[in-house]
Design a protein around this ligand. Structure first.
Ligand code: FMN
Length: 177
């Protein structure tokens, strides 16, 4: 089972990246988001820019993807929106098409990036992904980690439950195929 983890933060000490590092399942954490150019239809030709080809290949190769998004001004960071846009093309064979994906999010506010998570779900669905609905708002993230480890056992269990739900979706697909 190949699980890909994508953090929407470019920050070295990101809480969203830290959250994804707490996933117990064996997984690849994508750390090349900052290399992605802004989406441009003119650049979206064969061959696409190398960073685009690389993330498209990684998502195609993954059985499932888990995103963790910060909230910037009530929505997803621009870099993450660009990634979704690149991953939504080519139409009909886009890497996100029918891909099982989950969404979690962390912020330092008391709301836990709920608007960004809702927006990310909406745009991922528009891009053709199969988005699981279970939410994980991680609020006051700056109080929750020690040496990168998530200290809140309930949040840790809910994170793992979302990963399990994603992986169950993949297994159900394989059985049905
Ligand atoms: C430009 C900007 C806008 C932000 N807007 C919001 C917001 O709308 N809601 C919120 O909860 N936090 C907001 N924040 C705070 C971020 O959630 C916080 O910096 C968070 O730690 C970023 O995630 P990261 O730690 O993964 O980088 C904003 C931060 C920045 C830099």
């Amino acid at each position: 089972m190949k699980l890909l983890l994508i953090s929407g933060s470019l920050r070295e000490d990101s809480y969203n990246t830290a959250l994804l590092r707490n996933v117990e399942e064996e997984a690849v954490l994508w750390d090349e988001l900052k290399e992605l150019p802004h989406y441009s239809e003119e650049e979206d030709v064969e061959p696409a820019p190398l960073a685009v080809e690389r993330i498209r290949a990684a998502v195609r190769d993954a059985d499932a993807v888990l995103f963790s998004t910060p909230e910037y001004n009530g929505s997803v960071p621009g870099a993450l929106k660009d990634a979704v846009d690149w991953l939504s093309r080519p139409r009909g064979s886009a890497p996100l098409l029918n891909k099982p994906v989950g969404v979690v999010g962390a912020s330092m506010s008391m709301f836990g990036a709920v608007w960004a998570q809702a927006d990310l779900r909406r745009i991922l669905k528009t891009a053709g992904a199969r988005v699981i609905e279970t939410e994980l708002p991680v609020a006051k993230a700056h109080e929750l980690f020690e040496d990168g480890r998530l200290q809140d056992a309930e949040l840790h269990a809910r994170l793992q439950a979302i990963v399990d739900e994603l992986l169950d979706t993949v297994v159900a697909d394989q059985v049905a195929a």
